[in-house]
Design a protein around this ligand. Structure first.
Ligand code: HEC
Ligand code: HEC
Length: 263
């Protein structure tokens, strides 16, 4: 009898919810969320919502829905998955306390997150393996995927992709017929027309060290190159990192199976 009573007392005094800690919320926001939503909830681009001055209860409910997957967005699902309910209460209270964004205001990228060390892989056509192709009907594009020897070898041996791995894709507009539909080649892929840009991910020693843990993909960095092989301005590496983040057990690579099967 006595024992049972003691247990119920413990349950009653155990805290069910803790009050939101705005300072802890601010610390999380300035290191992680700021890469996209800005340090005060004024976002970095038009496709990312402002959070400044939104109601705490609304923000918290959205984060819960993004964590349990009832609200779908690959970027925010990956971020919310890493937040505890206490974190959610904290960041929601912080954003709610910020003054609403002025019309047209935008924050700048977090320099440590936007910085990339990936360089253009000169001569890839001769030295890389073309391991995969994908049609993109929505954008009428076709992408060709290439990987360097270090990446192909590791994938074939079933090992994690090592430092010096480079994965690279050429993104082409598909050739269109008179009805503006992509022309299909004999191989089942769209016929490539104009090269639009390149997208790349590569790994090097220490390349992840300046990136906050919630976004870090080990030592991978990402970039987009223009057709004249320059870094495309305005690329927010945080988006690449967030979306590839859940793939930690396949070296952060979506097409690892295809890479392992490369001829
Ligand atoms: C890599 C960029 C990125 C980062 C980092 C990021 N977000 Fe987001 N967030 C987005 C995008 C994009 C959306 C819009 C999602 C959609 O369209 O459903 C969003 C939406 C949200 C929403 C829903 C807003 C609304 O108006 O419904 C909340 C809340 C949110 N983010 C909170 C956070 C918090 C808290 C963090 C940090 C822990 C964070 N986000 C980090 C990109 C990001
Ligand atoms: C919304 C989620 C999402 C975002 C954001 C994203 N990726 Fe990916 N990425 C994918 C998916 C899914 C694939 C698998 C093949 C495909 O659909 O292109 C992929 C494949 C890749 C590949 C081929 C290797 C692999 O993982 O299979 C590279 C290189 C790549 N992405 C680079 C980038 C870069 C650079 C950025 C940022 C500019 C980026 N990605 C942003 C989802 C994303």
């Amino acid at each position: 009898m006595k024992k049972g009573l003691g247990l119920s007392v413990v349950l009653i005094i155990a805290p069910v919810t803790q009050a939101a800690d705005i300072e802890a919320g601010k610390a999380k926001v300035t290191t992680v969320c700021a890469a996209c939503h800005g340090a005060t909830g004024v976002s970095v681009s038009d496709d990312i919502p402002n959070l400044a001055g939104q109601r705490a209860r609304y923000l918290e409910a959205q984060l819960k829905a993004l964590k349990d997957g009832t609200r779908k967005n690959p970027i925010m699902n990956a971020i919310a998955a890493q937040l505890s309910s206490q974190d959610m209460a904290n960041v929601a209270a912080y954003f709610a306390a910020q003054p609403g964004a002025e019309k047209g205001a935008r924050s700048s990228f977090l320099p440590n997150v936007a910085k990339t060390r990936v360089t253009f892989p000169e001569g890839y056509k001769d030295t890389f393996t073309k391991y995969h192709t994908i049609n993109f009907p929505a954008t009428k594009q076709v992408r060709y995927y290439y990987a360097n020897e270090a990446a192909v070898r590791a994938a074939k041996e079933g090992n994690a992709l090592p430092h010096d791995s480079v994965l690279f894709a050429e993104v082409y507009a598909a050739r269109l017929d008179t009805e503006k539909k992509p022309v299909m080649g004999g191989d089942g892929f769209y016929v490539a027309d104009k090269l639009l840009f390149y997208t790349a991910m590569a790994r090097g020693t220490g390349w992840g060290k300046d990136i906050p843990e919630m976004l870090r993909n080990g030592d991978w960095n990402y970039t987009v190159f223009t057709t004249d092989k320059q870094h495309r301005p305005g690329v927010n590496q945080a988006l690449c990192l967030a979306c590839h983040k859940p793939l930690g057990n396949t070296s952060y690579v979506f097409t690892l199976k295809q890479l392992a099967g490369a001829k």
